[in-house]
Design a protein around this ligand. Structure first.
Ligand SMILES: Nc1ncnc2c1ncn2[C@@H]1O[C@H](COP(=O)(O)OP(=O)(O)OP(=O)(O)O)[C@@H](O)[C@H]1O
Ligand SMILES: [Mg+2]
Length: 329
């Protein structure tokens, strides 16, 4: 067992066990209700183990607890209970070193409008005690396509530029873990590609990435591991490919040449859904190799098939399926 975290790199970049956050009750005037009286339970014993070296995606619907979890890592929100280790450093025991191991880009951007990007990064580097000779201000601005804005007031930057500036700010102390809370919100397609390219490059250099996103295709493309959080609980955490495979169901959409009144009984094993009289949806499990059986069954009905398309399961389906199984708290 390693006794000195400096001597060997930790296996886990972030480890979260039984994390609970209950926001303080709202005692002021307002709508009232259970959450207001008891305080909102935003995280309900969440567990998460983020391997070193990967790109980890945290997905979940609005209000699931993603930002709460990230803000606890950033020490912007105090946890109610549970254990958090960043780079094997306990958040409670050594908050300063835990902070040095992580860079966080929060969902809400607050940038002092009267600082220039260069001044802001210098200030941030100073706060983290990065010596002048080791500062990479211009290199970071360059990497995020902001070098021509180095001396402009932050208030004159567009939303996408501000978000990129926040990424630069999170990286000034060269942390081994970078956390991005919905980094592509408000960033246009081209700059989004640039931002992802930068994130990938950092990851190639060994930085562990944790991000939240609402763009499921993006998570599927970018992340090697994905966790799904709902009602403050982590309900799935798996390698992306495994998660996608989990439902192991493919959909076949048949376009029919004549109206179909009712689904022939022989198709019952394929979970048929009649979309309308001319469109029939069937399902099969690729791992069972049932596609041939499906075709045979369809042929045996004598239906006239005009078109056939198969639909791959994507994260959206898995996400809906998983969150549907989870009863509301
Ligand atoms: N400061 C706060 N005080 C009280 N309740 C809060 C506070 N911040 C968040 N909440 C509540 O905690 C729950 C989780 O919020 P959180 O911001 O973590 O969700 P999220 O998953 O990041 O959602 P989104 O996708 O919309 O960003 C929500 O019900 C939210 O209303
Ligand atoms: Mg959020």
């Amino acid at each position: 067992m390693p006794t000195n975290s400096h001597a060997s790199l930790p296996d886990l970049a972030v480890s979260i066990k039984g994390l609970v956050k209950r926001y303080a009750p709202n005692t002021g005037k307002g709508s009232g209700g259970k959450d207001a009286a008891q305080g909102k339970l935003a995280l309900d014993h969440a567990d998460l183990a983020i391997q070193r070296g990967g790109i980890f995606g945290l997905l979940g619907p609005n209000g699931a607890g993603k930002s709460t979890l990230i803000n606890i890592l950033a020490q912007l929100v105090r946890k109610t209970d549970g254990e958090v280790r960043i780079w094997d450093i306990d958040l409670d025991a050594d908050p300063r070193h835990a902070a040095a191991a992580i860079g966080v880009v929060p969902q809400e951007l607050n940038i002092d409008p009267f600082f220039t990007p260069r001044a802001l990064l210098d200030l941030q580097a100073g706060m983290y005690g990065v010596p002048k000779a080791e500062r990479r201000t211009m290199e970071l601005l360059e990497a995020l396509s902001l070098s021509d804005k180095a001396n402009a007031y932050a208030r004159t930057l567009s939303g996408g530029m501000r978000r990129r500036l926040m990424v630069a700010k999170a990286m000034v102390h060269n942390p081994p873990v970078l956390v991005l809370d919905e980094p592509t919100a408000g960033v246009d397609v081209e700059l989004r590609q640039q931002l992802w390219a930068y994130v990938r490059a950092l990851n190639d250099q060994g930085v562990t990435i944790l991000l939240t996103t609402h763009y499921l295709e993006e998570a599927e493309e970018l992340c090697d591991q994905i966790a799904i959080i709902n009602h403050g609980k982590v309900i799935a955490c798996e390698p992306t490919a495994k998660l996608v495979k989990r439902l192991d169901t493919k959909e076949v959409l048949l376009t029919l040449g004549a109206d179909l009144e009712s689904v022939p009984a022989v198709l019952a094993p394929f979970a048929p859904e009649l979309k309308d009289a001319r469109h029939l949806r069937l399902h099969y499990r690729p791992s069972d190799n049932k596609f041939g059986a499906l075709l045979d069954a369809v042929r045996s009905t004598g239906m006239e098939i005009v078109d056939l398309t198969t639909v791959e399961t994507d994260l959206e389906d898995i996400f809906l399926e998983l969150t549907r199984r989870q009863p509301a708290a």
